[in-house]
Design a protein around this ligand. Structure first.
Ligand SMILES: NC(=O)c1ccc[n+]([C@@H]2O[C@H](COP(=O)([O-])OP(=O)(O)OC[C@H]3O[C@@H](n4cnc5c(N)ncnc54)[C@H](O)[C@@H]3O)[C@@H](O)[C@H]2O)c1
Length: 266
C-alpha cells in the first residue's frame, strides 16, 4: 500500500492508460480524483468533467474544473490526450500540450507541498532534441497565440503534430522541473511505445506500415497495465530524488530507434 493516504488527480481517467492508472493507484491505497470529458464515476473516488479542447478565451472548462476541485492533492497525472486522428493538427497540439500546461499551472496551487506531477508523453516525442529550436518557440507561446498559424509556419501538419505535441511535453517537463522546487513539487514524464488502448488503431492508421513494423520489432504492443506502474512509481515518495526525467516504457522501442540512428548492432 505504498500510496496509502495519498490523493491523486488523474486526467484521462475514463479509458486506456488513465483507467489502468486509476485502478493501480487505488489498489496501492490512494484516493483518486478523475478529470475527463467522458463522465465515468465507477473507477474513481471523485469525478470532475473537463473538456481540454475548450481552450483559450478564458479557458472556461479548465477554469471551472479547477474551481470545482477542492485541494489538496499529493499528485497529478496528466494522461488525457488526443491521438493522431482527423486533420486538425493545431487541435492535437492544443490538447496534448497547451491545455495540459494550462490545467497544470492552474491546479498547482491546489497541490500539497511535495506533490509529484507525471505527464504522459510518448515514444513519439523521442525527437525533442533535434527539434529543440521549434519546440522552444512553441513553449514560448502564450495561451492566446495563433496555434494554427504556428503549425503552418513550422510545417507541423498531420500526423506530425502528435509527435510535436509530445516533443513539447517532454521538453516542458524538463524545463519546469525546478519551477516549484521551493514547494518540493517535482515533474517527470512517461513515454510509452504503442499501447493496446482504444486509440491504437489511430496510430496504425496515421503511421501505416511504420507503426506495424515498430510493434513487430518488440513482439507486441504494450498494455495499459504495463504503463501504470511507472506512473505509480513516480508518484511514490521512494522516487523523490527523480525529477525532470522522461521514463520510456516501450519494450525496448526507444533503444531500437537509438540503434537505428547510431548503428551499434551493425
Ligand atoms: N495508446 C498508445 O499507443 C499511446 C502511446 C503513447 C502515449 N499515449 C498517450 O497516453 C495518453 C492516454 O492515451 P490512451 O491510449 O489511454 O487513450 P484513450 O483514448 O484510451 O484515453 C484517453 C482519455 O483521455 C480523455 N480525453 C481525450 N481528449 C480529451 C479532452 N479534450 N478533454 C478531456 N479528456 C479528454 C478521453 O475521454 C479518454 O478517457 C494520451 O496522452 C496518449 O497520447 C498513448
Amino acid at each position: 500500500m505504498a500510496l496509502k493516504g495519498k490523493r491523486i488527480i488523474v486526467t484521462g481517467s475514463a479509458s486506456g492508460i488513465g483507467e489502468a492508472t486509476c485502478a493501480l493507484l487505488r489498489e496501492r491505497g490512494a484516493t483518486v480524483v478523475g478529470f475527463d470529458r467522458t463522465e465515468r464515476t465507477d473507477n474513481v473516488d471523485e469525478y470532475h468533467r473537463i473538456e481540454l479542447t475548450d481552450f483559450g478565451a478564458g479557458n472556461a472548462s479548465i477554469k471551472a474544473a479547477v474551481e470545482a476541485f477542492e485541494g489538496p492533492a499529493d499528485g497529478l497525472c496528466n494522461i488525457a490526450g488526443l491521438p493522431p486522428r482527423g486533420e486538425d493538427a493545431a487541435l492535437v497540439l492544443t490538447v496534448n500540450f497547451f491545455a495540459l500546461r494550462r490545467f497544470t499551472e492552474m491546479i498547482v496551487p491546489k497541490l500539497a507541498d511535495g506533490a509529484s506531477i507525471v505527464n504522459m508523453a510518448s515514444l513519439a516525442g523521442f525527437g525533442w532534441q533535434p527539434n529543440i529550436g521549434v519546440v522552444k518557440k512553441c513553449l514560448s507561446l502564450d495561451d492566446d497565440a495563433d496555434r494554427e498559424a504556428f503549425c503552418t509556419e513550422h510545417d507541423v501538419g498531420f500526423p506530425r503534430s502528435y509527435f510535436f505535441s509530445k516533443e513539447c511535453l517532454i521538453t516542458w517537463t524538463k524545463a519546469n522541473a525546478m519551477r516549484w522546487h521551493d514547494r518540493g513539487i517535482r515533474l517527470n514524464s512517461v513515454s510509452p511505445g504503442p499501447v493496446d488502448s482504444p486509440i491504437i488503431d489511430d496510430f496504425v492508421a496515421a503511421f501505416g506500415e511504420k507503426a506495424k513494423t515498430d510493434i513487430e520489432r518488440v513482439g507486441r504492443p504494450g498494455h495499459p497495465e504495463e504503463i501504470a506502474p511507472a506512473v505509480a512509481f513516480l508518484l511514490d515518495d521512494e522516487s523523490g530524488w527523480i525529477n525532470g526525467t522522461n521514463i520510456a516504457v516501450d519494450g525496448g522501442m526507444e533503444a531500437i530507434i537509438f540503434d537505428d540512428i547510431h548503428q551499434f548492432s551493425n
